[in-house]
Ligand binder design. Structure first.
Ligand SMILES: Cc1cc2nc3c(=O)[nH]c(=O)nc-3n(C[C@H](O)[C@H](O)[C@H](O)COP(=O)(O)OP(=O)(O)OC[C@H]3O[C@@H](n4cnc5c(N)ncnc54)[C@H](O)[C@@H]3O)c2cc1C
Length: 419
């Protein structure tokens, strides 16, 4: 792709290199169109790598039976298979028949890099979307800051994978937003843990934290600390500290939360060492580089996925992805509420949830698809983001190639949903 005077022409511009953005780029490139991805951070993976969420949910059906059933075939299955090998991990069965894949966050980054190189996606790291130009209901240009200079991109189609519906926001279009969002969490890892038993360690940590808060030795918003299932091995584990504080649309709220969470992780580590239990000699090895903010604004599509669609396992003629994870809603008290639908079943996500209601060449994927706050509490998991990302990439490429949209949707169905 030629770059002249900091101006770039591309068929598809993907904004945001999280799970959804990477999948969208792979799908577009595999359709033979020019795909460009801009990511504001220094590496790919988004929440999966920067917030180190550590497990891929939504990749396997919840089941009472022993057999492992993938939620999708095609790219999401391929990605999880490669990540499992690179991480040296296997799918893990948890409570209520939930299954997920523990992964290594460095392996996740490297796998995303490998996909971009192999599929010849034009990748710009440290490149942040700054404004969007529109004319006649179409995006005709996008401005970005690529580290130290402004670039102007002329895309035929755009896929918003920012997780925050940033394209629609910058275009002053209606977005789906809520007064408050789910509680966030900070992930960190400890080494030198003197227990190999997940249940005992979890109990000991829960008791310590409760005591600490009751005795006034810990901030009252910090009681909820859990060990990420599947992560305890060789005396190390990843921990998730819930920040029981409302997240709102208020300007710069994220700064307050980041500062609070960073200090909180150090305070909790110091406290747990002083407890004289299995963590008395534990040292901090990794702290996520960003606070894990679960949800935010979503784009307004031609259809809004609802809580009832999810809980009733509704199926759609124009389905492009399966949702298999329950509604996992983190309240502001830091407690999680799980709303399950039938085991061995799924809801479907229709193509209209990925297509802008307002702009002809705007698609979206991942945690900013067109869904209610309750529906996105299920559809935001990485397994589902990989599928919606792939589908958005294929739909966007189909429109560039002037292919019939229904035919493309049928292709996506047979590539992903033939489970
Ligand atoms: C605390 C926490 C725990 C979770 N636990 C799990 C779990 O166990 N399992 C699971 O499957 N899911 C989990 N999730 C959910 C899951 O991690 C995310 O919903 C999913 O990774 C979102 O992927 P995405 O690609 O849609 O968005 P993101 O991963 O948020 O990616 C968006 C990308 O866009 C980039 N971007 C944003 N703005 C710009 C801009 N202006 N210019 C360029 N780039 C931009 C960002 O830097 C980022 O890389 C968890 C989430 C959190 C926060």
């Amino acid at each position: 792709m030629a770059v002249e005077n900091n101006q770039i022409n591309t068929d598809i511009l993907i904004i945001g290199g999280g799970s959804a953005g990477v999948a969208a780029a792979v799908a577009s490139a595999r359709m033979g169109v020019r795909a460009m991805l801009i990511e504001k951070g220094p590496f790919l993976g988004g929440k999966a790598t920067r917030a180190i969420v550590s497990t891929i949910c939504g990749a396997y059906f919840r089941s009472e039976g022993a057999a492992l059933r993938h939620a999708h075939v095609g790219f999401p299955k391929e990605f999880c298979g490669r990540l499992s090998v690179a991480s040296g991990t296997e799918p893990f069965t948890y409570v209520e028949g939930l299954r997920f894949l523990p992964y290594d966050h460095q392996a996740f980054k490297l796998l995303c890099d490998a996909y971009m190189l192999n599929e010849k996606v034009q990748l710009f790291l440290h490149a942040s979307l700054s404004s969007v130009g529109m004319e006649n209901g179409i995006i005709d240009s996008v401005d970005a800051i690529a580290l130290d200079r402004r670039v102007k991109i002329f895309p035929k189609t755009v896929i918003d994978c920012t997780g925050e519906a940033l394209v629609a926001t910058l275009c002053d279009l209606e977005v789906l937003k809520d007064e408050t969002y789910q509680a966030s969490a900070m992930v960190f890892s400890l080494t030198g843990i003197e227990s190999a038993d997940f249940e005992n360690l979890s109990l000991s940590v829960r008791r310590s934290m409760k005591r600490g808060v009751e005795a006034g030795r810990l901030h009252p918003e910090l009681e909820k600390l859990s060990i990420i299932p599947g992560s305890l091995k060789n005396g190390s584990a990843f921990f998730k500290l819930s920040v029981s504080r409302a997240i709102s649309d208020e300007l710069n709220k994220a700064t307050e939360l980041e500062l609070f969470a960073r200090e909180a992780v150090s305070a909790v580590h110091t406290f747990l060492k002083a407890e004289n239990g299995p963590l008395k000699n534990a040292e901090m090895s990794v702290v996520a580089s960003e606070l894990g903010i679960r949800t935010g604004r979503r784009s307004l599509g031609k259809y809004i996925l609802s809580e009832s669609d999810v809980l009733n396992c509704v199926k759609f003629d124009q389905a492009i992805a399966n949702g298999v994870w329950p509604i996992e809603y983190w309240g502001h008290d830091g407690n999680v509420n799980m709303d399950y639908f039938n085991a061995d079943d799924c809801y479907e996500i229709p193509a209209d949830c990925l297509m802008s209601a307002d702009l002809g060449n705007l698609y979206f994927a991942g945690r900013n698809i067109s869904a209610s706050d309750r529906a996105i509490a299920s559809a935001r998991v990485i397994g589902t983001c990989l599928a919606t990302g792939y589908a958005a990439g294929k739909m966007a490429a189909g429109s560039v190639l002037k292919r019939d949209a229904n035919e493309i949707i049928q292709e996506i169905k047979s590539e992903l949903l033939n489970v």
